[in-house]
Design a protein around this ligand. Structure first.
Ligand code: GAP
Length: 445
């Protein structure tokens, strides 16, 4: 299977099984905006939970925050986004389409898709213009310049403006971090590759405030900690690598930056960004707001504007990576089996429950087992339609790690068969012990 085929099959599976749908599909779709279906939202929630648990709950030195999407417009002047969050655009006078001037090689001429814009004889590209990626709207009833407000293009600024609020309320001492999960919006010129680059997306960002001078050490620490997290999700280590930014790639605010890249079906591309942002952001907000954003270390008798080491990864991009990494096709008993090998803690459904037949009290036993699973908040799925083989295949495509079949022996001897998605092995487990069996395995990670 070629890598193009893999992406096509993944997108089609994602739609068919209810992971991801195109936004407003019945109206022809909205460009690069996606909706998450019943399985997708569970996967997404599990991704966010895994991040929050590792970054906040399992640490003493990181606090959570949920800042608003709409912020004072001066925030984006201070951050440099009004002036600098731009892409160079060129318009073709022939087809009237606009392209990113710095990525012409990655785009197609709409009139001659085998050529890049500018390469076809009819193309007439104009001069590049800078295009700001922030979405604008208006606050209040009057649409005038003074009421312009932006949809945030990153969650980080909400953290910087709350740095002292969180530090004071939580009585944290530097070094400490603030974590956020939330929506961000960018009017991307060349979005695409499914949910890789979209115009509305969610970020999981953490800003770690450190004393200047200790920033290089913390930068190295967060590089390895973040790589370890991706591996803990079950992502194949050989598909992950670091890409340090050279001087030309560095963002205006960064002293050092490294991407964690993943090898997607369309090549090695950014998965997460880790940045040493120095005191740029807090310093600028101090300057623009006129409010001091210093940390006072009374024990050491000093005050300083902390440096920030940031870790920033997209929720949607993590969903894409987990889907790409989990997708497998293999031959089983002469048939192609499509299976999503999610780590069990990420799987939308943990256990599927199948009564072998729709009689002899088997559906009732299966429903009772499902009710027991619900008491422990373990997502399960009841299916009595079709052969057991077909039911297994449906769950393989959903990434369900285990399926329990309720059969005649369950009624007589109180045992069920549990089949493992990856090994295809089947074990008999006492009905009373199924919930504990699943919980033990989920705890193992
Ligand atoms: N606060 C720093 C920041 O926003 P970024 O590299 O622009 O840095 C961080 O974004 C992460 O957010 C990226 O590594 C990616 O995972 C995700 N991301 C950025 N733009 C995205 C987009 N248009 N669609 C989906 N995810 C995106």
């Amino acid at each position: 299977m070629s890598q193009n085929d893999l992406m096509d099959r993944l997108v089609s599976l994602a739609k068919r099984r209810g992971f991801v749908f195109q936004s407003s599909e019945i109206y022809g779709g909205t460009g690069s905006v996606w909706d998450y279906g019943p399985l997708g939202i569970e996967l997404k929630r599990n991704v966010k939970e895994a991040w929050w648990s590792r970054m906040v709950h399992q640490r003493d030195d990181v606090e959570g925050l949920d800042a608003a999407i709409l912020m004072h417009p001066r925030v984006w002047e201070a951050s440099g986004h009004v002036e600098g969050f731009t892409d160079p655009l060129v318009e073709c006078k022939t087809c009237k389409k606009r392209f990113r001037e710095d990525q012409l090689d990655a785009q197609e001429c709409p009139r001659k898709p085998s050529k890049h814009p500018g390469e076809f004889a009819d193309c007439e590209l104009g001069e590049p213009r800078l295009f700001n990626l922030m979405f604008q709207t208006h606050m209040g009833p009057v649409q005038e310049e003074a009421s312009v407000i932006y949809l945030r293009p990153e969650t980080a600024q909400g953290t910087y403006v709350n740095f002292l609020n969180v530090q004071t309320a939580s009585r944290q001492k530097v070094p400490f971090g603030i974590a956020q999960i939330g929506k961000a919006f960018r009017n991307e010129i060349t979005p695409g590759n499914f949910i890789f680059r979209t115009r509305e997306f969610e970020q999981m960002e953490m800003q770690f405030f450190v004393e200047p001078g200790s920033d290089d050490e913390w930068f190295e620490y967060w590089k390895s900690e973040r790589l370890a997290w991706h591996q803990s999700l079950g992502i194949r280590p050989e598909k992950l690598r670091f890409h340090p930014h050279g001087p030309k790639e560095l963002a205006h605010y960064a002293k050092a930056a490294v991407d964690i890249e993943y090898e997607y079906p369309f090549g090695w591309k950014e998965y997460e960004g880790i940045h040493n942002r120095t005191d740029f952001d807090l310093g600028r907000h101090q300057e623009y707001s006129g409010k001091r954003l210093e940390y006072i270390d009374s024990a050491a008798g000093k005050r300083f504007v902390p440096f920030v080491v940031e870790t920033a990864v997209g929720v949607d991009r993590t969903v894409l990576v987990t889907l790409c990494d989990a997708y497998h096709e293999e031959m089983v008993e002469g048939e192609t089996r499509v299976v999503l090998r999610f780590k069990p803690s990420l799987a939308p459904i943990k256990l599927a429950v199948f009564p072998l037949m729709k009689k002899d009290g088997l559906p009732e036993i299966a429903r009772k087992l499902q009710a027991d699973l619900r008491r422990w908040a373990i997502p399960s799925f009841y299916d009595e339609a079709g052969s057991i083989g077909r039911r297994y295949r449906r769950q393989d495509e959903a990434g369900t790690p285990w399926c329990a079949t309720i059969d005649g022996d369950t009624a007589e001897q109180g045992t069920v068969t549990i089949r493992d998605r990856d090994t295809l092995e089947q074990v008999r487990v006492p009905l009373e012990g199924v919930v504990a069996w699943v919980r033990d395995r989920l705890m193992e990670g």
